[in-house]
Design a protein around this ligand. Sequence first.
Ligand code: FES
Ligand SMILES: [Fe+2]
Length: 423
Amino acid sequence: MPRWPKPPEGSWTEHYPELGTAPMPYEDSISPEYFELERKAIFGRAWLNVGRVEQLPRTGSYFTKEIQAAKTSVIIVRDTGGEVRAFHNICRHRGNKLVWNDLPREETSGMCRQFTCKYHGWRYGLDGQLNFVQQEGEFFDLDKQDYGLVPVHCDVWSGFIFINLAAEPEQTLHDFLGPMITNLDGYPFEKMTERWCYRSEVGANWKLYMDAFQEFYHAAVLHGSQSPAKFSAAAQQAGFEAPHYRLEGPHRLVSTSGVITWELPGDMRKPMEDITRSGLFGPWDEPDLGMEKMPVGLNPAGCDPWGLDSFQLWPNFTILIWSGGWYLTYHYWPTSYNTHIFEGNLYFVPSTNARERVAREMAAATFKEYGLQDASTLEATQSMLESRAVTAFPLCDQEILCRHLHKVAADWVEDHRRNLAGA
Ligand code: FES
Ligand SMILES: [Fe+2]
């Protein structure tokens, strides 16, 4: 029998009275003025995940990250002491973007001993120090000590690199993440180094795509045609109910119970799933993670059967851990009030033979199909929200995380407004 904790009484939503149950406005997703506030109120203040330490394997490894919401570009680099550091990607001479390849607006990565500006050749060490000025004697009282790269606060948790663009972050990264996230300490993220990536510009506000991935109320309907007819019919009839939701500070979690695909009747599976022994829930053959015990933060409610935990880290980052021993990340990088860049990454323990490689590819291809279906409604939703023909929308109990995301955004924007007014 399935076993999972339900709220002692009432609904999930009513357990968080601050959320209310009233229909929600979506003005925060269609207002250019609101987005202008979000830039500083959210993206200029929160810790933002920009990648993983495996992207910086050795001294001099670097990558750049375009943070359009905060109107900057950041260099993340491993310095000679092995530390991960971050700097604004701007040359101190006359403001050229320091690190870029063929196209100045595109992100890049590589390895180097120092950063050389393409404009007049100033050079900076991996620690940000200005080391060389072309024709230094032509300048006036220029002390190279005063012209290092502008640092950005940077910290690492469980191999995830975070930056904070505030002059002084209000919280340390550890405090910002809070126990719901840091209780994942010890999960072997570092063993899952086979990475599959998708990236796409989406014509919708960043919060709308987050909403699409933080409720599963849509799953049986929107993804109905993705499964064999018999499975879809059964899924639609059953509807969907997540066994556990949790809100902690600005972050959110939904756990789902699992379907053991290979135990379903044959006509409820796709032939490709049987051939590749894989599908949406990942490869059927689980890797040996070499762990006696999972961290307490994983499946914290003890759902049994357990399918996945989707941790929504404020503001724009998701870590989704599957029971089958692999994980996904999503990032949503706003580029305007009604566009953003979506990045989806799948992480596996590296395959050791062709069968495992094919199983991972099947999971990646299936994920892409589902992601495209999720994205397909977004531009349609954005355009009609912008009509303002309807201005309040009823959300059900399974959409509690959507309610929370928009509330947290509003709280941070309000906070920022108050600070501005008090300043
Ligand atoms: S702008 Fe970089 S060296 Fe002149
Ligand atoms: Fe979906």
